[in-house]
Design a protein around this ligand. Structure first.
Ligand code: CMC
Length: 437
């Protein structure tokens, strides 16, 4: 239901034409001008590079208020979910729209255990084609492509049961694939998930093997990983989710749509930032240059260097995920009392955080440490190789991607995504044969 309208007047050579644009009311956040009449009635397209002010779809999954630093999944504040929930419960919430009761959660967890199975020999053969040292994000795409081949059925994407099964399968199998990527890197055997363990603990055990250390430390690791998964689970129409929606709008199968999302996530401006943070900190430590030198470079418009893990398209106050994870990061560092090789890197991170938060350039542009500044440090402290960090992000974001894909496929208004362009190339050229040029 809409009550507001925006009037738009076209003025050409003194002739005026006025049209009315309906305003679509959001339940929270900015209302949206329905611009479809602009093309239908005036023949214009609209221009918005980077989709800075364009809503591409209607969604009920996640709400962000960047100005106030708010993030909600299905209406629940991220702070409450981070403190009182666990990742499996958050997956259920994001996909189905409500928190599960005990029976629903048990059934969901059992389904995730059932669907976690993958054939060890097939996966070992696939991963061996890459060798051990290649980037695991490329191997992740190959492994999910393998699922796209196994479960390809483009006629089924309109069937809610197929979509639900695809969601369970992807959430479950992504944990197995992610863990096995680490086993492949470390030359360890590929093992199936222990059904007695929670999703996150089961994932860590597949990845690292049985934990031999103190029980309290095991809990700290499981809790930190669960928190990282919850905080990265969804983030409305970010680049990779929009990629999944765009490719899914062609009615390709969901596994193939996810491969597209993983490719989009890989870039350092998006999910690759957590890896880029550690690479940047290592470069700073190894260079022997002062931190001020790097801050100056970040300020310099002629230098491509940016402080990785700082800034966000949507959050212009603070990243609420960063606020939550910052505390976990500091707790983990003090509990582990990490020193040795990691110490200069962590010290650099602490100093960088302090300097950037007090620097005019960063303050005036509202650039704060984002979630990936801290998740990179936590994952590094947990002993994961840095090129695995974005794979962990992909594991977490799988539920967001598949929930958005499901929402889009269930929406009868969905059409194939097909943006327009402002053409500025040449027109009306006559072809000349190659020997006459
Ligand atoms: N270091 C230095 N300057 C920066 C940075 C940075 N990390 N980020 C933005 N700026 C400057 C930018 O140069 C511009 O300055 P000016 O107004 O003088 O031209 C201003 O801040 C606005 O930046 P923008 O490029 O218009 O912002 P954007 O919304 O297009 O980009 C971003 C957002 C996240 C891609 C960018 O801040 C960035 O590259 N950050 C580093 C990479 C990073 O940490 N990405 C992870 C984001 S969180 C995980 C996720 O959700 O994907």
């Amino acid at each position: 239901m809409t009550h507001k309208k925006i009037k738009l007047t076209e003025s050409v050579s003194g002739k005026e034409k006025e049209i009315e644009l309906p305003v679509l009311e959001s339940t929270a956040g900015a209302d949206i001008i329905d611009i479809r009449p602009i093309h239908a009635e005036l023949g214009y397209f609209t221009f918005d590079p980077g989709f800075v002010s364009t809503a591409s779809c209607e969604s009920k999954i996640t709400y962000i208020d960047g100005g106030r630093g708010l993030l909600k999944y299905r209406g629940y504040p991220i702070e409450q979910l981070a403190e009182q929930s666990n990742f499996a419960e958050v997956c259920y919430l994001l996909f189905y729209g409500d928190l599960p009761d005990r029976r629903q959660l048990d059934e969901f967890n059992q389904s995730l255990v059932r669907h976690s199975h993958l054939d060890e020999d097939t996966m070992a053969a696939l991963l061996n084609c890459f060798g051990r040292e290649r980037h695991p994000m490329a191997m992740l795409m190959a492994a999910v492509s393998h699922l796209a081949a196994l479960y390809h059925d483009e006629t089924a994407v309109h069937d809610p049961q197929y979509r639900e099964r695809a969601a369970h399968r992807l959430i479950a199998k992504m944990a197995t694939i992610t863990a096995w990527l680490l086993c492949h890197r470390n030359g360890r055997p590929l093992r199936q998930r222990n059904p007695a363990l929670s999703y996150t603990e089961g994932f860590l055990q597949m990845a690292f093997g049985k934990f031999d250390g103190k029980a309290s430390l095991r809990k700290t690791f499981v809790d930190a990983m669960d928190l990282i998964l919850i905080l990265h689970a969804d983030h409305e129409q970010n680049a990779s989710t929009s990629t999944v929606r765009l490719s899914g709008s062609t009615e390709t199968n969901p596994y193939a749509a996810l491969v597209a999302g993983i490719a989009s996530l890989w870039g350092p401006a998006h999910g690759g930032a957590n890896e880029a943070v550690i690479r940047m900190l290592e470069d700073i430590v190894e260079s022997g240059e002062s931190l001020e030198y790097y801050i100056d470079r970040a300020r310099d418009k002629n230098d491509h260097f940016r402080l990785m893990g700082f800034g966000h398209r949507v959050y212009k106050n603070y990243d609420p995920r960063a606020k939550i994870i910052r505390q976990t990061c500091h707790n983990l560092l003090s509990e582990l009392d990490v020193g040795g090789d990691n110490q200069p890197l962590l010290e650099t991170a602490r100093r960088l955080e302090t300097i950037a938060l007090e620097d005019d350039y960063f303050i005036s542009r509202k650039l704060y440490p984002n979630v990936d500044f801290y998740s990179g440090i936590i994952l590094n402290t947990m002993g994961l190789p840095r090129d695995m960090f974005t794979v962990i992000f992909a594991l977490a974001r799988t539920i967001g991607w598949i929930s958005h894909w499901n929402e889009m496929m269930a929406d009868k208004h969905t059409r194939i995504g097909r943006p327009r362009q402002l053409y500025t190339g040449r027109c009306e050229r006559a072809f000349t044969p190659i020997d006459e040029r």
